[in-house]
Design a protein around this ligand. Structure first.
Ligand code: ZN
Length: 437
């Protein structure tokens, strides 16, 4: 099976439902950039795709960073002097500042308050906070619950460990017909948050599963990494492989109803940039294209000046651009299987374009080729408008000078990539074209 058959036969709605189901399975796990929750997540993904799980020891130097100690947590709560639990980690893992060090003591509200975080503008939501690189502790709670706290002596327990261990990441390499690679990278380190970024995790998993069912032209490398530090680790340990990366996408926030946003690579004019913009332009969905900036997700490392890889990021509502971002409200009310399915379809279309984008040479470039004698032309003369099917043929013949790709022709003509690709196939059958790259 090739990518065209795959695209034609796939049940996108069913894939959306399966992604949503996997998300429900992953949602309760308390993940972080290291630790048991991250490993447990990778092991669940392994039931779908043969992930290789790497383990990098704490303390390993990676460019300007050091792999942090491993964080694990068993339990955490806050009790008032009557012994009532005010905050319970077992009800929501967002209640504890991710990477909190262990605490077990009593304290007055005044001292405790410095370690409490709320979202006053959304008083029912629990914020998501982290303290990866500064040893600290804290609780997150709804602002309404915070306002109910009285002067009292509180029992503060965080049963966590921060010690030498490992940072893990998952990697799945699919060998294609050539060694040039498409990199698909997603951060898998957030706890119970759906759009950011379980949506990216489940989309990448099912995309990998689909691509593994065909023999693609490119090789594909899927990374499931802890955000920021994970891409630094991978780049540092795999610098010798980086030159194989021909195209790349960072997958995040693909499960909400927001319009699509494509953030260009730092290069701005890479083939991946052209492919994603082409797919969005012809998809009928609302979208926005934004230029690269050195902020956001792991593209900031892939596109750092020492690498400058052709890696963009296709999201829906992106980080901090949806109100529920990094809060308990980023849940199953935000993410729907239909939105996941729609995003999946966009990613698959981008891959279809990458797999089929080629340059050809018109073998009869002098004057217009006589399509009629080859049965490729409407034989009736004098028509005011040419039937639309001929236009892709004429565009491909006209622009196939060995320099313009099918994507260039699609962009210039305004015709769907698929029509242009099919026209090229017909012309190849009639020996009117030769592939140049
Ligand atoms: Zn995030």
């Amino acid at each position: 099976m090739n990518i065209a058959d795959l695209k034609r036969n796939i049940d996108i709605d069913e894939i959306g439902r399966q992604m949503h189901k996997l998300m429900s399975e992953l949602y309760p796990i308390c993940r972080s950039i290291t630790g048991e929750g991250f490993r447990q997540t990778q092991n669940i993904l392994k039931q779908h795709i043969p992930l290789e799980i790497h383990a990098i020891p704490s303390g390993t130097e990676v460019f300007d960073w050091t792999v942090p100690k491993e964080w694990n947590i068993k339990n955490a709560y806050l009790k008032n002097s009557k012994g009532e639990k005010i905050i319970d980690f077992k009800k929501s893992n967002l209640h504890v500042v991710n990477y909190s060090m262990a605490v077990n003591r009593k304290m007055l509200l005044k001292e405790l308050q410095e370690h409490l975080f709320t979202l006053p503008e959304h008083p029912d939501w629990i914020p998501y906070r982290t303290s990866y690189y500064k040893e600290n502790w804290g609780f997150c709670l709804s602002h309404n619950d915070f306002l109910k706290l009285k002067e009292d002596t509180y029992e503060v327990v965080i049963d966590s460990t921060l010690e030498e261990g490992h940072l893990n990441y998952g990697e799945y390499h699919i060998q294609g017909q050539n060694s040039e690679e498409v990199l698909i990278s997603t951060h898998a380190c957030h706890p119970s948050l759906c759009n950011d970024n379980l949506s990216g995790v489940v989309l990448s998993t099912f995309l990998a599963k689909c691509i593994s069912s065909i023999t693609p032209r490119y090789s594909y490398r899927f990374l499931f990494i802890p955000g920021a530090i994970g891409s630094i680790v991978w780049l540092c340990l795999n610098e010798h492989k980086v030159s194989n990366i021909k195209h790349g996408l960072v997958v995040a926030c693909v499960g909400d109803r927001g319009s699509f946003i494509y953030k260009r690579s730092r290069r701005g004019d890479a083939e991946i940039d052209q492919a994603v913009v082409n797919v969005l332009r012809t998809s009928g969905s609302d979208y926005k294209i934004i230029d690269f900036s050195p902020y956001g997700y792991d593209e900031r490392n892939y596109c750092s000046t020492g690498f400058n890889l052709p890696v963009g990021s296709l999201t829906r509502s992106t980080h901090s651009q949806f109100p529920q971002y990094h809060s308990s409200a980023d849940n199953f009310d935000v993410v729907r299987h239909q939105y996941l399915a729609e995003s999946f379809e966009k990613y698959l279309s981008v891959i279809y374009v990458l797999e089929n984008n080629r340059k050809y040479l018109n073998l009869k470039p002098k004057g217009e080729v006589q399509l009629g004698k080859r049965g490729l032309y409407e034989m009736m003369g004098g028509l005011q408008r040419r039937p639309i099917d001929e236009m892709p043929l004429l565009w491909v013949l006209n622009m196939s000078d060995g320099k313009h790709s099918l994507l260039d022709i699609s962009d210039r003509s305004g015709l769907d990539f698929d029509l242009i690709k099919n026209a090229a196939d017909v012309l190849l059958d009639h020996k009117l074209l030769r592939e140049v790259s």
